[in-house]
Design a binder for this molecule. Sequence first.
Ligand SMILES: Cc1cc2nc3c(=O)[nH]c(=O)nc-3n(C[C@H](O)[C@H](O)[C@H](O)COP(=O)(O)OP(=O)(O)OC[C@H]3O[C@@H](n4cnc5c(N)ncnc54)[C@H](O)[C@@H]3O)c2cc1C
Length: 553
Amino acid sequence: MSGPASVESDVPVLIAGGGLIGLSAAMFLAQHGIPSLAVERLRGGSQLPRAAFFHMRTLEMFRSAGIEDEVREQSRKEFEPEGALIIMDTLAGKKLADIIPSLNEGVDALSPCRRLFVTQPGLEPILRRRAEAAGAKVLDGYEAVGVDQDADGVTLTAQDVETGQQRKLRGQYLLGADGAHSRIRDLLDIPFDGRGVFSNSITIYFHADLGPQLLGKQLSVVYINNATLGGFFRMDKDCKSGFLAVNTVGDPKKDPKAAADAAADISEARLIELVRAGAGIPDLPVKIDGVARWRATSDVARRFREGRVFLAGDAVHLVIPTGGLGMNSGVGDAVDLSWKLAATLQGWGGPKLLPSYEVERRQVGARNVAASRHATLGRRVWRGAYRPLIREATPEGLAARAQFAALADVEQRKASDMIGAELGYRYIGSPLIAQEGGEGPEQKFMDYEPTTWPGARLPHTWLADGSAMQDRIGYGHGYTLLRLGGTRVSTDALERAFAAIRAPLQVLDIAGAAPRDVYGYDLLLLRPDLHVAWRGNALPQAPEALAAMATGY
Ligand SMILES: Cc1cc2nc3c(=O)[nH]c(=O)nc-3n(C[C@H](O)[C@H](O)[C@H](O)COP(=O)(O)OP(=O)(O)OC[C@H]3O[C@@H](n4cnc5c(N)ncnc54)[C@H](O)[C@@H]3O)c2cc1C
């Protein structure tokens, strides 16, 4: 290893980690006109398709960045659209329960976007292309190994993973998006709080022709439960390759410790045995492409920030993948932080803007960690109810299967249908959000009640001309004052107050009674991320105070 060279680059924002969240942050920053430089350890991006289930809210953010269509197209290439989630004992065996018939069952009115599946290797290049086209840079094959910060900026030491050669990069801010084993978090000495490890799981990537069992069945995920393993298959569209995630092996009731340690034996012979046991085909030809060990953990970092260094994604919240909250939470971090960094760098953001990142996103991280735990406990309940009798074509077998299906319908939905965690989060106690009397609507993991209570995401509505409210507002305008239902209230004073801070504000009149009815107020002040900062039927007594609060003064 050779010593560090002199400082050679100076960008507004450095990013450690060019995975899903680092690239998302680079893209959103670029959308706000802020260049960044991401340092990524791998050359050629992630080859492991871990995250794939993307929520409506995440797609809304991708829509705002102009990549929704491309992501959807990629999803179509890789997966059956709108596929179902089911539970089987083996792929060749019996269906034990239907969980949801379609990923988007019952959500049409809630968002202009639809949930989808797309793999990490399919999505990352889209994020990267968009970010680079808008001015971001990615340095591949470099690992972040050191951080120093002072009053003016951050110096990141990046090391060439092949030669050991070090470079010093300078930025005004640094984002640590370097995943679950974040070096940046370690360097800042920020601990995780939580419940620790649930199980040592594995994901087996393989080639095997499962077309005869699966082709034409319109499935997204097949959960497997049998005497050998508990896990799930996610296959590529041609059903010739995919992965099997294994959470438990053997019988958890007999030996819970051994059952939770699927990673104890990852020899090729054992991996083939597991794929065959999941498929239910003892002589299935299987080619193992790789295996990833991962720990099902539910933890949240104690802090999301240290001075000029911020953390996002798996670096600060570790969810159990059940329910797909990992990447989806991280994209929310990237959106929240990027407009606040942009506002600060552009000179109109107040001193409370950057600190609000931790206030707002740590509570969401903690809630989603709890939601994933709730989901996992649900999955354990139905998995624990499995009896070999379920396979039998006898009246007792049929009755056992019906009982199992009823239980799974309730318990697995805790993971597959977390609409509240997806759309219903709101920022409580944030200095950027107006306080109203009372506690506000309860936030539930599994239920979503559209609300404009300050801090919430603006609920979706379709407008009379068929456009989505989000699209009418547009993206990249800074703040928006929505004037609804033909109100004639003057908003000049608030416009002047924003102009005095030099913070961007557009005023948008939306006629018609329907949106006014949905939103319940004549005036809504929205932040750049479309969360409600304030609502009312007339401007407050001191509009300058409202503008100052919303912009972090
Ligand atoms: C089996 C499985 C299924 C999952 N399914 C879903 C799902 O359906 N939906 C969902 O939302 N989430 C899912 N997740 C979780 C999801 O994969 C993670 O939440 C997501 O990848 C986090 O993104 P990230 O960018 O924070 O971290 P990562 O994706 O881990 O990216 C971190 C990046 O930083 C790089 N890096 C690491 N250290 C350094 C360093 N020192 N210097 C430079 N670069 C570095 C890495 O190479 C990597 O590219 C799943 C996880 C697993 C294991």
